[in-house]
Design a protein around this ligand. Sequence first.
Ligand code: SF4
Length: 324
Amino acid sequence: MPESYPLTFRERTRWILDRRQGIARDADLSPQRVSHSLRETEPDGLGGFASILTLFLTNRECPWRCLMCDLWRHTLGHPIRPGDVLRQIDDALAADSASSPVRPDWLKLYNAGSFFDSGAIPREDLDGIARRASSFRRLVVECHPTLVGPRILPFRDALGCETRLEVAMGLETAHPEVLERLNKGFGLPEFARACDFLKREGVDIRVFVLLRPPFMDEETGLDWAIRSTRHAFDCGADVVTLIPTRDGNGAMEALRASGDYAPPRISSLEAALRAGLGLRRGRVFADTWDLHRFCADAGEAAESKARLERWNRLQDPDPGEPGH
Ligand code: SF4
């Protein structure tokens, strides 16, 4: 571990914030407009495919300061007002239905933070959000594990029995010391407790795992991505998404300069996905956004993206092989 990287949560938070200097937030965000939206499809775990609309809600910055996080760049410097997020959703749903006659099966509402953080998504808007989401078969939201608890149950109930709630959480790594240094503000026991609660309450779990976070070399980074995937399934995850660790927030660039972080190789992402799928414990996906950062050239990036997307879709890196 680098000598300069602080040991306590408070000092790490300061260190991370200090390295943001010169990195701007998105300038054109509006509290009344989603920052982004996209359509995708995903295996639904039942042998079919779900068509998904993902809305990236605009809201204030997440109160945690995780070492590798750059999501704050896509947030406002102040809270939104009650009603803003409902307007964002209404307008985005209207724009989506105007652009495609096919209604999506699932809705993902990602807010660059925690959906159940009342400073981010006003509590008075939760019933209205539930009403809007109740026409989808599934709603996926993200949440910090320490905010998972009884507070989410009224929202789950307001969705009604036709809409399944799924909560996505960033475990990032099951390596206890590296998890602490990522400054996530939780440890493995808190993560396991959140998973237990969600399982008990009939809420599905999606887990984000980092490939090669800081303080790991390539081989260790791959090994721990696989171990962390297994750990997530042991805790009850239904879905694991593998994310190659990126820089872009100032802190990661500082660690790169000190030799404590390097981007993972694309071959490791493929190996991690292959190993995760081989566990046969649940759905595993590789995040394929911006893959050129991990590739030697554009040709390698295009080939690898096509391969990973095929594996994501088929949930099998060797379709047609004996035994598959
Ligand atoms: S909890 Fe999530 S959104 Fe918040 S700082 Fe950490 S990684 Fe970023």
